[in-house]
Design a protein around this ligand. Structure first.
Ligand code: ATP
Ligand code: MG
Length: 476
């Protein structure tokens, strides 16, 4: 981060210096909350969690090179003591972007934030030094921690903003006021907590409300194909740039196709021209994500050709999102176990169907290993049933539904849609799924593994990848 003295940090956060012999000493390293990640010059933020209290690690952090601790009580080593560490981090982030005048791109939406943020970051990197949210650190802690990585060289700061309720995005935009705000979609993720799609739209739209007016450079980048997102144009003073398939979208894709391996290709149109793109990512849903990234890059002055080249070279930066690995024996594992909601389930299943298309001629089968989608409230039964039915409609060869009640709804949906005998099965847990798959998989098969985070199905994907190692050892 930019160098800040402990005196400045105390001043910005309204904190009291404790055990600080020299307040002019500067923090120059990253801000971290895990003492194992301390680097020389770090500031260590002590949080009180459910199981661990960061204050207990203060001494360890300082011996590992942290200059001081941001804490809520004295800890016997140099500390700035504040009433609330989250608020203090927010104040620091705000002070840093204000001081540097950092140009902030913020994005939100129900599905695809992390994937799109990673695309934007990779495209903008071609243009100028960029800092972006690592992984999924999109809340009131992750956002300031990311922001505090910026330096004088940083031209673009790309921030994923997550929301679980009204007011969350407003809080985040208050810390790092964006000039460019992108809304991807309004789906049903966390709908149980929000209470409905209108409420989700209300919460996500706080992003465009926070943008500066058009005359001051504010730009709202909106998905033309999502009516609730498109409607947000009325809630902003910023200029609106639409992306999507709609005719009036400034940033569009034509000739969308899927390669045999399930990667989308299309012609990108921007006001500067058109250029062909083939993504390295899997699944047609990434066309929309790529258009969103292209729209942001266009607003920042990149040509259609530059954007197309950067998009075609962009890979996955965050784990367990359509992570495709081909085993030595020709079985392909698609680990999309990071999370699941109805939209992302549908997108992943369509990608699976496309990926299985090529293998099917050689007897390869497609397997959907699916677990529960959490936080769906009253819609849970209907949504699981619909996903189960979609598996059959897409002609996916096998459904393995993993877990309890929700899995039985998935399986029943498939059954009612016309799956036969062993085509859809219900297993009790991850281990049972692994046991079944280990005995059944054969070369040419493609296996999608997906569920909500809480189900931990990445263990299934991992075990299936490990099992080839076992297999190879046994074969020798
Ligand atoms: N445009 C999209 N439409 C539907 N599903 C998508 C889209 N983009 C990505 N997905 C799927 O959604 C899931 C989550 O993707 P990603 O992590 O990018 O979203 P996110 O919005 O960051 O999620 P979170 O709310 O957990 O931060 C993945 O399974 C991915 O394949
Ligand atoms: Mg995310």
């Amino acid at each position: 981060m930019i160098a800040l003295s402990l005196a400045e940090i105390a001043d910005i956060t309204g904190g009291r210096p404790h055990d600080i012999p020299d307040p002019s000493v500067q923090v120059t390293g990253p801000v971290v909350y895990d003492s194992r990640e301390v680097a020389p010059g770090s500031l260590f933020a002590a949080f009180v969690g459910e199981r661990v209290d960061g204050h207990d690690y203060a001494e360890r952090a300082v011996s590992a090179g942290a200059v001081a601790v941001l804490a809520t009580r004295p800890v016997g080593v140099p500390a700035v003591v504040v009433p609330d560490v989250v608020a203090a981090l927010g104040a620091l982030a705000r002070a840093v972007v204000t001081r540097l005048g950092t140009d902030v791109v913020a994005l939100t939406g129900s599905a695809g934030k992390t994937s799109t943020k990673d695309l934007i970051a990779q495209v903008l990197q071609h243009h100028a030094p960029t800092v972006w949210t690592p992984g999924n650190l999109n809340n009131e802690i992750g956002l300031p921690i990311t922001t505090l990585r910026v330096t004088e060289e940083t031209q673009h700061l790309v921030l994923e903003m997550g929301a679980r309720g009204i007011g969350h995005i407003r809080y985040l935009t208050g810390l790092t006021p964006p000039r460019i705000g992108l809304v991807l979609n309004v789906g049903t993720a966390h709908i149980g907590e929000f209470g409905g799609r209108e409420q989700i739209a209300q919460a996500k739209g706080e992003l465009v409300e926070a943008l500066p007016a058009e005359a001051e450079g504010g730009v709202a980048v909106l998905n033309a194909d999502d009516l609730l997102v498109r409607g947000m144009a009325a809630r902003t003073k910023a200029r609106t740039v639409l992306f999507g398939e709609a005719d009036d979208a400034e940033i569009r894709a034509t000739e969308v196709r899927m390669t045999d391996s399930g990667q989308p290709s299309f012609t990108l149109h921007t006001p500067t021209g058109c250029s062909d793109v083939t993504l390295r990512l899997y699944g047609e849903h990434h066309v929309s994500n790529a258009l969103a990234a292209a729209a942001v890059a266009h607003v920042l002055g990149m040509s259609a050709q530059e954007i197309a080249t950067a998009l075609s070279g962009a890979g996955t930066l965050s784990r367990w999102r359509m992570e495709v690995t081909e085993r030595a024996d020709g079985v392909t594992i698609v680990n999309d176990a990071y999370n699941a909601n109805p939209e992302s389930m549908r997108a992943a299943l369509r990608a699976l169907a496309a990926m299985g298309g090529a293998g099917r001629a050689n007897g390869g089968r497609t397997w959907a290993v699916l677990g529960p989608m959490a936080e769906l409230g009253d819609d849970a039964l209907a949504e699981h049933d619909a996903v189960g039915r979609l598996v059959v409609r897409l002609n996916v060869s096998k459904l393995v539904a993993v877990g309890g009640r929700e899995a039985s709804w998935l399986q029943l949906g498939a059954y009612n849609e016309g799956s036969w005998g062993e085509e859809s099965v219900l297993v009790s847990d991850a281990q049972a799924a692994v046991d079944l798959l280990r005995s059944e998989l054969r070369p040419g098969d493609v296996v999608l593994v997906k569920a909500s985070r809480s189900a931990g199905l990445e263990r299934v994907a991992q075990a299936l990848l490990d099992s080839t190692v076992e297999g190879e050892v046994a074969d020798r």
